[in-house]
Design a binder for this molecule. Structure first.
Ligand code: ADP
Ligand code: MG
Length: 367
C-alpha cells in the first residue's frame, strides 16, 4: 500500500518536451487511469515513475520520500506492459513464482502465494501448463499474476489489454478492476481508449501534448470537461460544440449562430460576458441532451440531416447547418422517419448546456 506524488514532472528528449510539468497526487489504494492520444506522454510518465526513464525536471515522491534517484529495483514497483513476455519453458506455476524464487522466499510461502494468486485470477487449473498451451487472455492473466505476487507498493500497467480481441478485453478489464479493488494496491493504468479509462478508474487523468488537461472522476470529466479537448476526447460520439455569439432578442439575450438559437439563463450572462472576447464562444451539449421537436424549435438547434447511423439500440443522427454541426442520440423508433436532407429541430436541456472560450477552448463555468 502506497501513495505517489508528481511535482512539476517533466521529460525532455533532445529539444522535444514529451512530458510538461505534470502535477498529481495519487492516494493509497487509488486506481488512476492515464488516458490520451498516442504520443501524449503517458508511457514516458509511467516509465519515469518506475525509474526506467530519468526525469529531466520535477520530483517523484513515493510514500512521501523523494524517489528520483532510487533505482528501479528499489522502488518496489511492478509493471505490466502490452508486450508481456512469459518464460516459455516454465509452467504457469513457475512463471508466477519466479520473482519470489529469485528473492529466496521460503518454499511454503511461495506455494501459498502461488495458490492465492492463481485462485484470484482463475488460474488454479492451469498451473502445470506452459504458456504455449494457454489462450491470449489466460497468458495475460499469468502476466498480471506474476506482477501481483510480489505485493508491490505500486502497480503500473501500460496498455496491457491492447493485444487482446474486443470481447476478451472487456472481460479482462473487469477482472483487473475487481482484482485491484480487492487487493487495494495503488495502481496507475495507461490506455489510449477512453471507454477503458471511464470504466476502470476512480480518477482519470486526461493528457494531451505532454500536459494534464484534467484529472477528475469519470462523472465530472463527462459532465464538466475543463476544456474542448476533454469535451471531445471523452464520450462517443464527443460533446457537440457549436460556434455562436450573444445577441439581444426581444429584451432577452440569446446565443445565436448557424443553426443555434438558445436563450441564455440570466444568471449565466454576467460570467459569460466577462469571459468571452469578440462576443464569440462555443456552446456545448452531449448528443443525448437534445430532444427532437415536432415543430420548429424557437429555442434550440436546427439543421439538415446529414448522416444517419442505426446501431440497433440507438441511432446517431448528424445534423449540419452552415459552419456548425452536431450529433443527436435518438431511439431507433424516433429516428426511423428521418430521411437525409430533412430539416430537423431540437430543444436542448438547459441544465446540460456548457460554454467554452472560442479562443482558448477553456471551459467557462457559469452558475
Ligand atoms: P504515449 O505513451 O502517450 O503514446 P510516449 O510517452 O511514448 O507517448 O511518447 C511521448 C512523446 O515522446 C512522443 O512524441 C514520442 O515520440 C516521444 N518519445 C518517446 N520516447 C522517446 C525517446 N526514447 N526518444 C525520443 N523521443 C521519445
Ligand atoms: Mg505508450
Amino acid at each position: 500500500m502506497s501513495t505517489a506524488r508528481l511535482e512539476d514532472l517533466s521529460k525532455q528528449y533532445d529539444g522535444h518536451l514529451a512530458v510538461d510539468r505534470i502535477n498529481l497526487d495519487i492516494a493509497d489504494g487509488e486506481f488512476v487511469v492515464f488516458v490520451g492520444p498516442s504520443g501524449c506522454g503517458k508511457s514516458t510518465t509511467l516509465r519515469m515513475i518506475a525509474g526506467l526513464e530519468r526525469a529531466t525536471g520535477g520530483e517523484i515522491w513515493i510514500d512521501g520520500r523523494p524517489a528520483n534517484h532510487v533505482s528501479p529495483r528499489d522502488r518496489d514497483i511492478a509493471m505490466v506492459f502490452q508486450n508481456y513476455a512469459l518464460y516459455p519453458h516454465m509452467t504457469v506455476a513457475q512463471n508466477l513464482s519466479y520473482a519470489l524464487r529469485l528473492r529466496n522466499a521460503p518454499r511454503g510461502d511461495i506455494e501459498r502465494r502461488v495458490g492465492e494468486v492463481a485462485r484470484s485470477l482463475d488460474l488454479a487449473r492451469l498451473l502445470h501448463r506452459k504458456p504455449s498451451q494457454l489462450s491470449g487472455g489466460q497468458r495475460q492473466r499469468v502476466a498480471l499474476g506474476r506482477a501481483i505476487i510480489r505485493e508491490p507498493k505500486l502497480f503500473l500497467m501500460d496498455e496491457p489489454l491492447s493485444n487482446l480481441d474486443a470481447k476478451l478485453r472487456v472481460q479482462t478489464r473487469a477482472e483487473i478492476t475487481r482484482l485491484q479493488r480487492s487487493l487495494g494496491i495503488t495502481t496507475i493504468y495507461v490506455t489510449h481508449d477512453q471507454t477503458e479509462a471511464m470504466t476502470m478508474g476512480n480518477k482519470i487523468v486526461v493528457m494531451n501534448g505532454g500536459r494534464i488537461q484534467q484529472a477528475d472522476t469519470p462523472q465530472q470529466l463527462y459532465q464538466h470537461p475543463a476544456n474542448t479537448f476533454v469535451a471531445q476526447f471523452i464520450g462517443t460520439p464527443p460533446m457537440n460544440l457549436l460556434r455562436c455569439r450573444l445577441v439581444p432578442d426581444n429584451g432577452a439575450i440569446v446565443a445565436r449562430g448557424a443553426g443555434v438559437n438558445i436563450a441564455v439563463p440570466l444568471e449565466s450572462l454576467t460570467v459569460l460576458r466577462s469571459r468571452i472576447t469578440d462576443q464569440e464562444f462555443l456552446i456545448g451539449f452531449r448528443p443525448e441532451d437534445i430532444v427532437m421537436d415536432a415543430g420548429a424549435a424557437a429555442n434550440g438547434v436546427t439543421g439538415t440531416a446529414d448522416v444517419i447511423e442505426g446501431l440497433g439500440h440507438e441511432s446517431l443522427v448528424s445534423v449540419k447547418e452552415g459552419e456548425n454541426a452536431f450529433i443527436a442520440r435518438m431511439s431507433p423508433e424516433n429516428a426511423a422517419p428521418i430521411r437525409l436532407g430533412d430539416r430537423l429541430s431540437f430543444s436542448v436541456n438547459p441544465e446540460r448546456l456548457r460554454y467554452f472560450s472560442a479562443e482558448t477552448g477553456a471551459a467557462i463555468r457559469v452558475p
